[in-house]
Design a protein around this ligand. Structure first.
Ligand code: APR
Length: 229
């Protein structure tokens, strides 16, 4: 059985990382247009970097939870019949041990230089100067994440669509299904004949599409999924 999994911020919620649209979520208190768009960065790179460094320090203290670890178990069990598509930028899936994955929205621990195009990993959670500078040329660097209005990494998106079109089971975990093109993937899977399962304590836009809704938090829901497969 070929299984594709799409995760969102909800799978990292029990690791202490705030989601975006829940009560107390990031977009409840902050304006994405001020912090997560190319224009915002152009206007005030220091402010945007301050926010990303803050998020990095929360993520650095967080640990992968039973939801992340359950998906590693599933990957080990299914091997090349398993693939993980994440919208998350926190890197917790990799820290848990997932290897067969794509990051649709980039990774908060990577940076890109706007002057010399260098791209590299950067694990700092604070910076002597704001905005931080490129280690190669001293130019302005940005977090290598996808901001609103920006295209997703083409190869990651292509891989995600290929898996959505060629799987028997498509599992959505911890995503509100609000942001495209990621939210389109479960529809593509359904169209291609896959069963769709949702693991989320709350109803979402994707719920009507699901053949099965596991109304549990990810730590419990993934364990139930493991028993089913
Ligand atoms: N287990 C599973 N799901 C949970 C849990 C949990 N413990 N806690 C909350 N959730 C669910 C919420 O019910 C909600 O449906 O996680 C979902 C989080 O939704 P969002 O905050 O909208 O996050 P996400 O769907 O990942 O957002 C997609 O939007 O802001 C952009 O780029 C950002 O990748 C992000 C994208």
């Amino acid at each position: 059985m070929r299984v594709a999994v799409l995760t969102g911020a909800g799978i990292s919620a029990e690791s202490g990382i705030p989601t975006f649209r829940d009560e107390g979520g990031l977009w409840k208190n902050l304006d994405p247009k001020v912090l997560a768009t190319p224009t915002a960065f152009e206007r005030n790179p220091a402010l945007v970097w301050e926010w990303y460094l803050q998020r990095r320090s929360i993520i650095a203290k967080a640990k992968p939870n039973a939801g992340h670890l359950g998906l590693v178990e599933l990957e080990q069990e299914l091997g090349e019949n398993f693939f993980l598509i994440t919208q998350n930028v926190d890197g917790l899936h990799q820290r848990a041990g997932s290897r067969r994955l794509v990051e649709l929205h980039g990774n908060i621990w990577k940076v890109k230089c706007l002057s010399c195009d260098a791209s590299y990993e950067d694990y700092s959670t604070e910076s002597a100067q704001l905005p931080p500078r490129c280690r190669e040329c001293g130019g302005l660097i940005r977090p290598a994440v996808v901001w609103f209005g920006e295209p997703l990494p083409a190869d990651a998106l292509e891989t995600a669509y290929r898996w959505a079109q060629n799987c028997d089971l498509f599992v959505c975990i911890g995503t509100s299904g609000e942001v495209y093109p990621a939210a389109h993937l479960p529809y593509v899977a359904k169209e291609a004949g896959a069963q769709v399962v949702e693991i989320n304590p709350k109803e979402t836009k994707l719920s009507p599409l699901a053949d099965l809704c596991i109304r549990e938090p990810a730590t419990k829901g993934v364990q139930e999924l493991l028993k089913m497969i």
